[in-house]
Design a protein around this ligand. Structure first.
Ligand code: UD1
Ligand code: PEP
Length: 434
């Protein structure tokens, strides 16, 4: 297991470019299975989760070619259906969450999908009911083989239908949309997730010949078509990385410019950081964060304590709350961080408390942070990264701390952040991989 050694207390200065969005590209790569023609995808981040999924597709028989530094083409002409039954395939699926989105395209195009319980962050219960019920609504049969821990979904031609999802699941919506595009007749999905990841998937599918309307809303209408064809797609910048860089700049009192952020797709993220008192300016499609000696958390209009809570899009993504929590530890004022979706994502605050942060973990979902206003520096220490976003949050804490910290289990960070130490060291950080 690799670790990062971080020398704290160095300011950053300069420009940084966000990578392509992890959670979008996982959907897009799965969608390439819906056609026998070539689909070229640009701005693919070089991260563990994405590389594992690309490798999985290769092993399934998809022809994958690297076209440029971050571009790949995918041609799913000869998919090896027998391989999908193998223990090797099923074991690999269980190492990443994104593999669950193979189900929709596989059932739609080949009438069969097998999958083991997908991996991803251990951040609380992550049920898959929305996925399975949605695909069952389209007429598929669903079986769970308890002995092998495997889900098996089979169908003849899927049949469009109306459905109201029990929750606006991001990967669930993606799966159902990918299944519905090749179904017979019209599918209507109400309470659909509408994150930019899902919007981008729908736009790609329409370029492949699908007929999806209602994109960016929670009511999607999909008229099934007979087949899809090849196209090109460019992945948006990763909004979670953009948010992570904003938080990092504030914590380390740094002046940075985050380049080409696709501002219009960031939703409420910039405003949420402003509520913590962080100044940031939109300059064209860049975000400029000036060096700030202090940042003061706002109160609500009635004077009550600020609450930062996650919500389904266009609310604040839960994936940025860990970063916002860390940033609040050096703000002026107090904030309640309320992680509504996941119940095991806030436990990493113990590590911040060890570093000297003032945090009260009220329950698994809520933490009150009392900011030090930079009057007291966090202390460098030995840390371990429990999940991807706690990992980047701890990295930010270590970069702002006094002394040296070591973060182990950085595979969690590598899952979602491309060459993070190289990119941060280029603007002044001191991070060594050992
Ligand atoms: C690969 C990928 O894209 N992963 C993202 C995706 O995961 P993923 O698609 O797996 O997450 P879901 O949207 O399904 O939901 C996550 C959890 O929140 C609960 N839930 C969800 C929606 C809702 O309205 N109410 C509710 O309670 C679900 O029961 C589940 O436990 O979306 C999550 C929520 O934005 C993000 O944290 C993950 O980074
Ligand atoms: C929780 C996340 O990832 P995954 O869904 O892949 O576990 C995340 O990206 O923050």
């Amino acid at each position: 297991m690799a670790s990062f050694v971080i020398e704290g207390g160095h300011r950053l200065c300069g420009e940084i470019h966000p990578q392509g969005a992890k959670n979008e590209v996982l959907q897009i790569i799965c969608a390439t299975l819906l056609t026998a023609e070539e689909v070229t995808v640009n701005n693919i981040p070089d991260i563990l989760d994405v590389n594992n999924l690309i490798q999985l597709l290769r092993e399934m028989g998809v022809t994958v070619a690297k076209k440029g530094i971050d571009s790949y083409s995918f041609k799913a002409e000869n998919v090896d259906l027998a391989y999908l039954e193998s223990d090797e395939f099923l074991k690999k699926c269980s190492s990443l969450r994104g593999s669950v989105m193979l189900i929709g395209p596989m059932v739609a195009r080949f009438g069969k999908a097998l999958i083991s319980k997908p991996g991803g962050d251990k951040i609380g219960r992550r049920r898959l009911d929305t996925h399975f019920v949605g695909i069952q609504n389209l007429g598929a049969d669903f079986r769970y083989d308890e002995g092998r821990g495997i889900y098996e979904i089979t169908a003849d031609r899927l049949q469009g239908s109306y459905m109201l999802l029990d929750e606006a699941s991001v990967t669930g919506t993606a799966n159902i949309v990918m299944a519905a595009v090749l179904a017979k007749g019209t599918t209507t999905i109400y309470n659909a997730a509408c994150e930019p990841y899902v919007q981008q998937l729908c736009r790609l599918l329409n370029r492949m010949g699908a007929k999806i309307s209602g994109i960016a809303s929670n009511l999607l209408t999909i008229e099934g078509v007979e087949e899809l064809h090849g196209t090109q797609h460019t992945v948006l910048p990763d909004m979670i990385e953009v948010g992570s860089f904003i938080g990092m700049a504030a914590m380390t009192k740094s002046e940075i410019t985050i380049k080409n952020v696709s501002y219009e797709n960031l939703g409420i993220i910039p405003e949420s950081f402003r509520r913590l008192g962080i100044k940031l300016e939109q300059r064209g499609d860049d975000i400029y964060v000036p060096a700030q000696e202090t940042y003061q958390i706002e109160s609500f209009i009635d004077g009550s304590i600020m609450t930062i809570a996650d919500a389904t899009w266009p609310g604040l993504t839960p994936d940025l709350l860990s970063v916002m929590l860390v940033v609040a530890t050096q703000a002026k004022g107090s904030v309640l961080i309320h992680q509504k979706m996941f119940e095991s994502r806030l436990f990493f605050v113990d590590k911040l408390i060890d570093m000297g942060a003032q945090i009260i973990l009220c329950d698994p979902h809520r933490a009150v942070v009392i900011g030090h206003n930079h009057g007291f520096k966090l202390r460098g220490t030995r840390l371990t990264s429990p999940d991807i976003r706690a990992g980047i949050a701890l990295l930010i804490a270590a970069m702002s701390a006094e002394g040296t910290s070591t973060i182990s289990n950085i595979e969690q960070i590598d899952r979602g952040y491309q060459n993070i130490e190289g990119r941060l060291n280029a603007i002044g950080a001191r991070i060594t991989r050992i």
